[in-house]
Design a binder for this molecule. Structure first.
Ligand SMILES: Cc1ncc(COP(=O)(O)O)c(C=O)c1O
Length: 536
């Protein structure tokens, strides 16, 4: 069985790599062999760990091979050399799709991966190489059918693998080298400079660092705000990522959760009212440059206008922008809002594993240099200053971010963004045509849809759900062909199991059908003669 799986893997390796190579320009660097990027597992047996597996229809066979990323830069998600083919895509699917091998799944159970205390215990376990190759196959399957989280899975950092042999640690401040010499500060500073420039920060006024994730950037941004305005109240919409209110909890700050419009944007009227009721306290404002679930972008300009209208002076307000996914996209959206330090804002945080596509969680936070002085402490042991949330800091992450930025360049990122926006519209239209309730915010690549009622389907496509809605975040690795497959399977699941009903008049699904999203064509839930209803 094991040998069978390995043989299958290498057979697919040969086919896939052959196709990939055919479409890569001669100047491209050596590729990691996407050795087992094989067929997408069939829906009904996707994973051994899924609870009751429904007798859902099999995925339809793929009629023709697809080559979306053909190397034509105008069409490709990015002209970066590794993305000229669909690394994790359905190019490699041939005919009927395979499930994940149960043998692989059994090698990954907790009893199989347990760490033995002695030789006797070890003798009953699969060896590490077997376990790791099963794990590799599982991750490849999962990468093919990932739709729910905003991670760009389209990358190739093979040129950097060699640096894993070093213990690269950027402990201390990025701009004040410590005595520890095995660092990547030069790359970290280049990444910081890039983002500061992208967001219009005047030269020499910026500070920043490569964080462990977007959450750390938010924790840092809100910390600076609290140090600057210790008596301030934190305002943020109730659809804000939990890390912002977590910061308020950690730092024991007063915080107000402001209602949202059906689209997910902050309710500007409610915000104005709330601030006007607390004019004796400074304002700490978190602006969502894309909410987690609906991808709604709060209008920075409108919020700044509210502060001006209410007469809040600059020294009594502090603005942090949580731009985990979208702060990197907005500068590339035609006629998009300008997210810029030319405006009276104080910090922006973004994740590095989202739009940019780094293989480990990471991020960047950029702030005005003068605010950072408020938290800075000289540490002799480091021969640097302590300005960051963490002590030891991952030195690999800046290298990966730097590499992605250098390879893609401004034009490459722009192509990625265009791909995401256009493909998101394709998903919305395909779902709508199929009669499935969904919405797509302007400025967003997050398609919100009625929550599929079948948990196994949700798990297979790794959808993020909230109450009665789910979402798909269209990233550079999502192609139209994958979308067709997704919608096809969803249709079959709906036919068999029915559709999600609104969980009350105020539920997210009810909001999805509100005219505030616009009155364009969308399909109401609980309308029509559905099979599931008929069965009852
Ligand atoms: C709007 C928003 N802010 C912050 C975060 C946290 O980012 P990270 O997962 O990188 O910590 C997320 C994550 O999805 C997010 O959507």
């Amino acid at each position: 069985m094991i040998r069978g799986a390995a043989a299958t893997a290498s057979r697919f390796a040969a086919g896939n790599l052959g196709r990939a190579r055919a479409s890569i320009s001669a100047s491209a660097p050596t590729f990691r062999s996407f050795s087992t990027a094989e067929k997408i597992p069939s829906f009904h047996q996707a994973d051994g760990d899924d609870a009751p597996v429904p007798a859902a229809p099999e995925c339809p066979p793929v009629v023709a091979p697809v080559n979306e990323f053909s190397g034509i830069s105008a069409k490709a998600g990015t002209p970066s050399p590794w993305a000229v083919f669909d690394a994790w895509g359905i190019n490699s699917m041939e005919g009927k799709m395979d499930p994940v091998d149960p043998e692989d799944m059994s090698r990954l159970e907790s009893s199989a991966v347990a760490i033995p205390f002695n030789d006797e215990e070890r003798s009953s376990l699969p060896n590490e190489t077997e376990i790791l190759s099963s794990y590799d196959r599982l991750l490849q399957h999962r990468s093919m059918v990932h739709f729910g989280y905003p991670y760009n899975l389209m990358f190739n950092h093979a040129e950097l693998y060699d640096f894993m042999k070093y213990s690269i640690n950027n402990l201390g401040d990025p701009f004040v080298p410590s005595n520890y010499g095995i660092h990547s500060r030069q790359f970290e500073c280049a990444v910081i400079d890039f983002f500061a420039r992208l967001w219009g920060m005047p030269k020499d006024e910026h500070w920043g660092y490569v964080t462990t994730c977007g959450t750390e950037g938010n924790l840092h941004g809100i910390l600076l705000a609290r140090e600057r305005l210790p008596d301030g109240i934190l305002y943020s919409s109730r659809e804000t990522h939990y890390s912002i209110f977590k910061a308020a909890r950690y730092y024991r700050m007063d915080a107000k959760s402001i209602p949202t419009l059906p689209t997910g944007e902050i309710d500007y009227g409610a915000l104005e009212h709330e601030i006007s009721q607390n004019m004796d306290r400074p304002v700490i404002m978190n602006v969502n440059i894309g909410t987690t679930v609906k991808g709604a972008v709060d209008s920075l300009d409108r919020i700044l206008r509210i502060l001006t209208t209410l007469g809040v002076p600059r020294e009594r307000f502090h603005v942090h922008c949580d731009g985990a996914l979208f702060a990197m996209m907005m500068p590339f959206v035609e006629y998009g809002p300008e997210i810029s330090f030319k405006k009276p804002i104080d910090s922006i945080a973004v994740s590095g594993h989202k739009m940019l596509g780094c293989p480990m969680p990471c991020g960047v936070t950029i702030a005005r240099k003068q605010h950072v002085k408020l938290v800075e402490q000289r540490i002799d042991y480091l021969n640097s200053v302590d300005t960051t949330i963490m002590g030891s800091r991952n030195g690999q992450a800046p290298l990966y971010m730097w590499y992605s930025l250098r390879k893609k360049g401004i034009e490459g990122i722009k192509q990625d963004v265009i791909h995401c926006m256009e493909t998101a519209r394709y998903l919305r239209d395909t779902l709508t045509t199929a009669g499935i309730t969904c919405r797509l915010n302007d400025l967003s690549s997050t398609v919100v849809l009625e929550r599929p009622v079948c948990d196994a389907f949700v798990k297979r496509w790794q959808l993020a759900c909230e109450e009665d809605i789910a979402h798909v975040v269209v990233m550079p690795n999502i192609t139209r062909e994958k979308i067709d497959l997704f919608v096809d399977e969803l249709n079959k699941v709906i036919e068999e199991k029915g559709r999600m009903k609104k969980r009350g008049t105020g539920s997210p699904l009810a909001a999805l059908t509100s005219d505030s999203w616009g009155v364009g064509s969308f399909v109401q839930p609980e309308v029509g003669d559905f099979k599931s209803d008929a069965k009852k």
